[in-house]
Every structure is written in C-alpha cells, then in structure tokens.
Ligand binder design. Structure first.
Ligand SMILES: Cc1cc2nc3c(=O)[nH]c(=O)nc-3n(C[C@H](O)[C@H](O)[C@H](O)COP(=O)(O)OP(=O)(O)OC[C@H]3O[C@@H](n4cnc5c(N)ncnc54)[C@H](O)[C@@H]3O)c2cc1C
Length: 391
C-alpha cells in the first residue's frame, strides 16, 4: 500500500524531501503557511555532498545556469580603506569551479518545477494539531481541514511550529551566537557587479552584495549584542531603531544603508543562532533542515545541510518503517550536521570580530589568504559520502 507523508514548509528542505519521498513511492502533501512560493533572500551556497544530491536530482545543469558567479570579496577598514580583495572560495572554504551560488528564489523555483506535478501543495495552510497513534498521525490544519498521514515531516525552518508541537518551546534548542542582523534591498548606487564589499568595525559589520548586475544590492548589517533582543522579533519599527542606534556613527556607505533600511518594506531581521537538538524524531514525526539543525549563515551551509538531510531522510524512510527509518536518518546524518554546525568556531564567526585586536588578527589572516589559501583536510561540507545508487 502507498505510504503517505505530510511535509510542513515548502522551502528548500520541504521541496527536496518531497522530491525524494516521491522517488521512494510516497504520496506527498506539502503545506506552506505563505500564500505563494517564497522567492526572497540572499543567494545561497551549494557545496560538497549537496552538489551530489542536486546532481542525482537532475538539477545540476539548471543550477549551473542560475549561478550568480560571485567574483570577488573586498574587505574594508572602518575608514573605508581596503584590507584585501579575495576570491570568494578563499574565504568560504569552498571549491572554485565546483560550488554553486544561486538566488534562493531560483533554487526554490527549480525545486518546485521538479515536484509540482507529483505533489499536492496547499498554500496559506499550516499544521495546528498532531495526534499520533499506532496507525498514523491525525492532523488538524489551521483552515479547519483534517487529515491522516503515515509520517509527518517538519521542514518549517528555524522557528518551526512542528518542533514546538513535538518537543516544546524553541528556547530549549536555540543556541544564540552573539549577533543580530538585518537584510534589506537598496539601490546599487556604487555600480557593484558580481561582488561583495564588507566593512568592519569591532562588533559591527556592513556589507553590500551585488548579485550579477542587478540594479539593487542586498544590504546587510550585522552587530554583536550579548543577549538576543527577543522582545523585538515581532516589532519591525523597534528593530529599525535598534539597528539605527548601533550604526549611528558609522562611516563608509552605512548612512545610505540606514536610509534604505528605513524606506524598505522587505526587511529580514533575526538573531544569528543555531538549532541543536538531542533528537529530531518522535514517533511518526520528524524534523529536517533548519527546523532540526539550523547552522546559521556563519557556516554558509544551511542549504547544503537541507539538501543532504532531505535526501538522507527520504532514503532511510524508503527502506524501512518510520521507527527504523528515522533512527537510520539520525544516525547517518548527525555527524555531518554537527561537523558543519561546528564551523562557527573556526570559520564564519571570525569574519565578524567583536574586538579591535580580533579584527586586526582577522585582517592579517585575510592578507595572508591572498597569497596562500588555507589548506584543509576533508572539509566539513564533504564529510558525508552520499549512500545509494549515484544514477
Ligand atoms: C524568505 C526566506 C529568506 C531567506 N533568506 C536567506 C538568506 O538570505 N540567506 C540564507 O543563508 N538563508 C536564508 N534563508 C534560510 C535558508 O533558506 C535556510 O537556511 C536553508 O535553505 C534551509 O531551508 P529550510 O527549508 O530548512 O528552511 P526555510 O528556508 O526557512 O523554509 C521553511 C519554509 O517553511 C515555511 N513555514 C514556516 N512556518 C510554517 C508553518 N507553521 N506552517 C507551514 N509552513 C511554514 C516558511 O514559509 C518557509 O517556506 C531564508 C529563508 C526564507 C524562508
């Protein structure tokens, strides 16, 4: 008999899991709380093992066409003078010529095209209640609909409602990394092209990311703050005030960025944090992607973990019932996830030093990278060999 799966969230994890679960014979329904596919966001990276996942999905050629071809990263001192200009892979630890960097909306669109004919999508819908019993999971939806499924997968991101229903409040699993950030669009007044320019002062950074030759850039303001300002997460006006106060005396392009922040109606503000959980599954329900193990943008690995996790989950479920399948998914994927989450201690976080001394040390490292890129053993992004047939 065909098994049924309900997936909460039509992001990267949800759609990749839908693709692979269909391949393993499941009948798949996806609910997404947004009214339509969500296309926003910074470009995201696909590296290492995740490249093999998209290759097996048959999506590599389309994703290569969508690559934004980031060519350089320029680091600036507080006074706007240059520290170093580097090739992106020298900074990110990626592999030049192999890695992909695509607009998040291009990736979600390509995934959607690959699954939409075989999967039922319900937008403006979300899970309200989950009632597990020996025969399945009874689900109550926000719309008032009801349904019953063999398994349920929470792919509903960092602030997962499925996780809350299953394991309790987010605070239990939320590991705050000491920064908050705001991302918003602004006019590309510097005429930047295929590049990122990053300005740093201790505890504060501002970046402009020009995707290809787009007329707008992604503006990014990141700052250290000892405790997450939780009371602000639902207060966009107060978020803008906080950011404006932190950057009030900053130079370079920051005054223009603050003007754009005030004018933008599309501001993404959040704490830089990870989700770390002792287990991802309970009975017939499991979590995947950011819901289970958000690594934070400091690792650059959120999307790659999402793609690999979705593959591993569907493969394990395709070979066994939910008990054994979920156990195999956790056993075979957790080491890879942890290795990538642990990158915050070694890589990304050092791009945003909080003291003058740490900033000077970082700048020295960047100057050395110009001539001698850091040698790595097996990088975390490739620390899992994808099981199963490569075709
Ligand atoms: C709009 C948006 C912009 C982003 N921009 C960036 C970026 O610029 N840079 C970056 O590194 N990462 C960004 N991310 C996060 C990045 O996509 C993820 O880290 C990574 O791809 C893992 O994806 P995910 O599918 O697990 O989670 P997400 O990409 O967060 O997707 C989760 C999906 O679940 C949906 N959802 C949430 N709650 C519910 C609910 N209760 N019921 C039903 N559906 C629900 C969301 O609308 C979303 O579509 C963004 C995510 C979103 C949603």
């Amino acid at each position: 008999m065909t098994r049924t799966a309900l997936i909460s969230g039509a992001g990267i994890t949800g759609q990749a899991a839908a693709f692979w679960l269909r391949r393993h014979g499941f009948d798949v329904t996806v609910v997404e709380k947004a009214r339509a596919p969500r296309s926003g966001g910074y470009p995201i990276d696909i590296r290492g093992t995740a490249l093999e996942v998209v290759r097996r999905m048959g999506l590599l050629p389309r994703l290569r066409d969508a690559d934004v071809d980031l060519r350089r990263m320029t680091f600036l001192h507080e006074d706007g003078s240059e520290v170093a200009t580097l090739a992106p892979h020298a900074v990110t630890g990626g592999t030049a010529g192999a890695d992909l960097e695509v607009r998040r909306g291009d990736l979600t669109g390509i995934l959607h095209a690959a699954v939409r004919d075989d999967v039922e999508f319900r937008y403006d819908e979300s899970i309200d209640t989950l009632d597990q019993h020996h025969g399945g999971v009874d689900v109550g939806f926000r719309s008032g609909r009801e349904g019953s499924f063999d398994v349920v997968i929470g792919a509903d991101g960092m602030h997962s409602r499925t996780r809350e229903l299953l394991f309790g409040p987010e605070e239990r699993f939320h590991r705050y990394l000491g920064y908050c950030f705001a991302v918003f669009p602004m006019a590309n007044e510097l005429g930047l092209s295929h590049e990122t320019v990053l300005w740093n002062a201790p505890g504060r950074s501002a970046a402009l990311y020009a995707v290809a030759d787009d007329p707008e850039v992604h503006a990014f303001l990141n700052f250290s703050v000892p405790q997450p300002p939780s009371q602000l997460f639902r207060a966009p006006g107060a978020q803008r005030e906080l950011v404006a106060g932190v950057f009030a005396d900053a130079g370079w392009q920051v005054p223009a960025m603050l003007d754009a922040l005030h004018a933008a109606d599309d501001v993404f503000f959040d704490a830089v944090a990870q989700i770390r959980m002792p287990r991802w599954s309970h009975g017939r329900v499991t979590l995947a992607g950011d819901a289970a193990h958000a690594p934070s943008f400091l690792t650059g690995q959120g999307t790659s973990l999402a793609l690999v996790g979705a593959y591993m989950l569907a493969r394990s479920l395709g070979r066994a019932g939910h008990d054994e399948g979920f156990a195999a998914y956790e056993r075979d994927t957790r080491g890879f996830v942890t290795a990538n989450q642990d990158l915050v201690g070694t890589g990304g976080a050092t791009l945003f030093p909080t003291t003058a001394q740490a900033l000077e040390q970082r700048n020295d490292r960047l100057r050395r990278l110009r001539t001698a890129p850091a040698a790595r053993a097996v990088p975390a992004h490739s620390a899992l060999t994808l099981p199963g047939h490569p075709a």
